[in-house]
Design a protein. Structure first.
Length: 141
């Protein structure tokens, strides 16, 4: 009678190979999901920053004269966007930034111009320059 040990050993090797392949696929899926989660977190923070900045502009009734005065001192016009820089935790910063928010006025229909103000705020990733989110908003004057 022949021994079945070589057949059992071959079967065990095939099972180990199958489990190793499955583990490699699972590991790749976990790494991909982690990067997707980080990207989603950055986009969510950008949305929150845009909404907060839009509310600040609306609460000031669109009066951004101080910011435009600083822009004019740098040689920019009122059609240029106002820039705000934020760190990774969503705090405004002058130093190294993760997010750059741009607030730019938008033209309003001619009949509504005295009564309505409009602007758009864009959140950009400071490292790549990629736009994460933009929000157009309006306020009553």
């Amino acid at each position: 009678m022949k021994s079945k040990a070589p057949l059992v050993m071959m079967e065990q090797m095939v099972m180990i190979l199958v489990f190793a392949l499955a583990a490699a696929l699972c590991l790749r899926a976990f790494v991909l999901s982690d990067s997707m989660s980080k990207e989603s977190e950055r986009r969510d923070r950008a949305v929150l920053l845009c909404e907060n900045l839009a509310e600040d502009v609306k609460n000031s009734a669109g009066s951004m004269q101080k910011e435009y005065a600083a822009l004019a001192a740098d040689g920019a016009s009122q059609s240029d966007p106002i820039l705000y820089y934020y760190d990774g935790k969503g705090r405004r910063t002058e130093g190294p930034a993760v997010y750059r928010l741009e607030v730019e006025p938008v033209e309003v229909e001619e009949g509504l111009a005295p009564y309505l103000g409009k602007a758009v705020v864009r959140a950009l990733d400071e490292e790549s320059g990629k736009e994460l989110f933009n929000l157009e908003f309006a306020w009553q004057r």
